[in-house]
Design a binder for this molecule. Structure first.
Ligand SMILES: C[S@@+](CC[C@H](N)C(=O)[O-])C[C@H]1O[C@@H](n2cnc3c(N)ncnc32)[C@H](O)[C@@H]1O
Length: 262
């Protein structure tokens, strides 16, 4: 283990210690596991989005990015190759499909994503939930403009993109939404902002709202944010899938925290 990076050690430790459906006694979480998490067949409905990802990976042109978040692990200049962004910033196919299956399981009518980037997960959510309104926020204008083009080309009519820093856009977007059914926080991987965005979203959340936090083990700050979310008085159940952390507010649930390998 000493030769492994901190990230590799953390992942290995999750794989070795996390449970599976046999360790889940909550019917609510068991249903999520059997109906959504255990399904791994690649969905053909996402083929066009994966074609777009492949095109983006090939691109050598650059844009000037505005970074409002924790930034990439390795510091870079503001000039970013679109191909590199597609490689490093976007959820890989397997995780994007897992996100889509979780969304399909809960069938939310209103979705809010913090962190659009080039729009891949937004398109997954919009394609999975054609009757939902998907709001997504991106702080970098150049990145947002590319994403908007992808939404126009790939049938993202149910997507509303809001451009600007989360701290400025989130209160405005929350003002437009009566009830938040599903929130996906995938940007600004630092403790205080993550907890702040979570707190703001709670004001529009209800008993059946689903919160999905990306990369809860990305750094010490995200570990801290995740621990505080798990201990939050309104949160009853959490599911740690390593790449994602799911938090539920259901009052009828016994307080329980699951770590699962899917
Ligand atoms: C990891 S990427 C999102 C990836 C995308 N969800 C996907 O997998 O297809 C995070 C994005 O959040 C944006 N972001 C980070 N912090 C932000 C902030 N404080 N305000 C607005 N946007 C922010 C970044 O510009 C970046 O494009």
């Amino acid at each position: 283990m000493a030769l492994l990076s901190t990230a590799a050690r953390s992942y290995l430790s999750h794989v070795l210690t996390a449970g599976n459906r046999h360790d889940v006694h909550s019917p609510f979480v068991y249903k999520l596991v059997t109906e959504a998490l255990r399904q791994r067949t690649p969905g053909s409905e996402y083929a066009a989005i994966e074609d777009l990802r492949r095109e983006l990976l090939q691109r050598n042109d650059t844009i000037t990015v505005t970074d409002h978040g924790a930034g990439p692990r390795r510091k870079q200049g503001n000039e970013r190759r679109i191909g590199s962004m597609a490689r490093s910033a976007l959820k890989p196919r397997r995780q994007a499909e897992q996100l889509a299956r979780i969304a399909q399981h809960f069938r939310p009518g209103s979705v809010l994503e913090l962190g659009t980037s080039l729009g891949i997960t937004t398109l997954y959510l919009a394609r999975t939930l054609p009757d939902a309104r998907v709001h997504t926020i991106e702080g970098c204008p150049a990145t947002a403009s590319l994403a908007q083009g992808h939404f126009q080309q790939h049938g993202g009519a149910n997507i509303t993109l809001h451009t600007g820093p989360f701290r400025q856009q989130l209160p405005l977007v929350l003002g437009l939404i009566d009830r938040l059914d599903l929130v996906f926080i995938d940007g600004h991987h630092a403790a205080a902002p993550t907890l702040d965005y979570f707190g703001q979203c709670l004001a529009k959340a209800h008993n059946d709202s689903v919160f999905i936090f990306d990369d809860i083990h990305w750094n010490a700050e995200m570990e801290q944010a995740w621990a505080e979310i798990q201990g939050h008085p309104r949160v009853s159940v959490t599911v740690d899938l390593y790449h994602y952390g799911l938090a539920f507010l259901r009052k009828e649930q016994q307080r329980e925290h699951f770590r699962l390998r899917y």
